[in-house]
Design a protein around this ligand. Structure first.
Ligand SMILES: *Cc1c(COP(=O)(O)O)cnc(C)c1O
Length: 315
């Protein structure tokens, strides 16, 4: 196994950029996690960093994970695997096989992409792991999106980074908004907040990019419970978990013209690229939420969770 020098140290701190555009009376800042310096960045780098530390502890022959043709997670994991000299096997739903930039990158990294009907994913993963194990190969399985305690850990650390940055900048964020998908990012931020125990902490709002509120919220909550374990009962409060389904535009990957207009505006005024599936959708959702809730004169932090290759899929 080869080491990845970037992952042998702490990840570099990502910039918090003040926005210049006049959006409304609030002051906006963007935490540029899209600039994390590994394979076009994004929140999956923070998660991969934690998986890397875990994989290093054990002898592994195959890294296996799951994701769609547009998956940022699969891109990062395939890059990490090839950098470590470990074979990467990706299970992907056969329903949508358009070759997007992320798909192309995964293939370039030499990962095997195995497709199956979406309802047979769990079974396919189980059978593949068994087959590898029969050959005497040790498989490290990573859940889709990098879900689980290690993924959560990545954003507990990011939350601490934000606390240090706001102290350094001499400001106090009132809100933190971000795109919420499989939920580890939000679980990490919320756990970070609960563990920091600051009474004036920013309100964290997850903008769902796919799941409805019942399921989405439940998954984030489970992740929080899993991560906090025996500290959960004492620390968790329902009102720290805000997950809104209002801005899904009909589901994963769906978007409207307002989202496209918002993406253009932010690119032109700030030079920050955003995609329609995650970040652009969440940024638009944030603005709608702020309008609806009549939020004014606040300091708002938006976490740019990445997806840079998806920006080019639209062109
Ligand atoms: C995966 C992803 C998300 C969602 O993160 P979760 O931890 O799955 O909620 C948001 N934005 C981008 C760009 C992503 O790739």
């Amino acid at each position: 196994m080869r080491e990845i020098a970037l992952f042998e140290k702490e990840l570099p701190i990502t910039p918090i950029q003040e926005l210049s555009g006049a959006y409304d009376s609030n002051q906006y800042y963007v935490k540029r996690d899209d600039l994390l310096p590994f394979c076009f960045g994004g929140n999956k780098v923070r998660k991969a960093y934690e998986f890397y530390q875990d994989i290093k502890k054990q002898p592994i022959d195959v890294i296996m994970t799951y994701g769609s043709n547009s998956s940022n997670h699969c891109r990062i994991i395939a890059n990490m695997a090839v950098a470590m000299g470990i074979f990467c096997h990706i299970i992907s739903p056969e329903e949508n096989r358009t070759v997007l930039y992320n798909t192309k990158l995964v293939t370039d990294f030499g990962a095997e992409i195995e497709t199956c009907p979406v309802e047979r994913v769990a079974e396919t993963i189980r059978r593949r792991i068994e087959a590898y194990e029969k050959q005497g190969k040790r498989v490290y399985f990573i859940q889709g999106g990098g879900h689980g305690n290690l993924g959560t850990e990545g954003y507990v650390k990011a939350y601490r980074e934000i606390l240090a940055q706001q102290e350094h900048m001499g400001i106090q964020f009132d809100y933190i908004f971000h795109a919420s998908g499989t939920g580890a990012t939000q679980a990490g931020l919320v756990c970070g907040r609960l563990l920091a125990e600051k009474s004036n902490a920013a309100k964290i709002v997850g903008i769902s990019i796919a799941r409805d509120a019942d399921r989405g919220r439940e998954v984030v909550k489970q992740s929080i419970q899993e991560y906090l374990a025996d500290r959960y009962e004492a620390l968790y409060k329902e009102d720290v978990l805000v997950f809104t389904e209002q801005y899904r535009c009909g589901g994963y990957g769906k978007f409207n013209q307002e989202i496209e207009a918002q993406i253009c505006k932010v690119m032109y005024q700030e030079g920050i690229p955003m995609d329609t599936t995650y970040v652009g959708k969440a940024f638009w959702g944030m603005q709608e939420y702020i309008n609806t809730q009549n939020i004014r004169n606040k300091n708002i932090l938006f976490i740019h969770t990445g997806g840079t290759p998806l920006y080019f899929d639209r062109l």
